[in-house]
Write a protein that binds this ligand. Sequence first.
Ligand SMILES: [Zn+2]
Length: 358
Amino acid sequence: MLAPDGPRPASRGDGRCCVAHAAPRPTGAGQVAGLGAVRGRGRSRAEPDSVVAVDVGGTGLKGARFSLDGAVLERRTLPTPVAQGPGAVLDAVAALAAGLTAPTTCAVGIGCPGLLDTGAGVVRYAPNLGLRDAPLVEAVRRRTELPVVLEHDVRAACLAEGRLGAAPGARDLLLVVLGTGIAAGLVVGGVPVVGATGAAGELGHLPVVPGGEPCTCGQRGCLEVYSSAGGLVRRYRAAGGDADVTTAAELAARLPGDALAARLWGEGARALATALVTSTLLLDPSLVVLAGGLSGAGERLSRPVEAALAEGLAWRPPPPVVISPLGGRAGLVGAALRAVDLHGGGSGAWAPAVAAAS
Ligand SMILES: [Zn+2]
């Protein structure tokens, strides 16, 4: 059990994914002070022993309260009320965080897609959430009265993989999160790649089929049209597949007997491999980690992708393609790790087995 007996330096500079983005610890806040300091001031607040994390998605919000040593204490989910407007989305995130907060919770971490200004705590543009210049951190801080840290959801997932998941300490890593859309977390030489405008890693909009099917982004032939969970289900249904199939897990369950599902699954795997060939040649990663909801398909996903990647690389060996042990929880776990960083509670004590079992 990790004893939060005082603020500790946030881990950084150890070459692991996203660690360099650890936010400065708040100062002078009783709820993040060590036990001794709290007692010394005669305050009644109990010893900090948990953080709350929220992973904001286009269809749902996942939230959990974690102990400081990584155990899940409580989990809740909410639908994301995108259709009700940005105010409703901010309210829902804040309500979920507040509902999970205990008197001994010391910080909140939020993982969110889109273009973010993490320093200002603002979502600059997240079309899947209907958010533009939305003060997400302030909304959650106001409701919870706790320190709140915002991190890009994929970089949060990357943080989780770099500390607890498939690639602890990897200096050159490609994380591909396959969900409603597709995004990538990149680590090059131990440094997470953010990009000039914070938009690095938009692997889902890499064109893989010239002149292919239209994408919601305005381009054609984008990877996520063919290989995301949403894209696979949409293409299956559009091609006359069983209308009862509404999730990628249901689609995967039909393999290999359903010929249409098998064909589209194969196309999706090859499209992903095409993007990975480009990525491998460009970045030379030591490992490719597949995460997000679609990674629940396990080897039914990784094997054909790995085979097609090897086939596409004529003169060099492919990097291994592995399924994240954290799966769809990577973003949530990463957001929790950022909250622990914010608290200064030494998240290095988190045990992979504990977090993975959550
Ligand atoms: Zn696109």
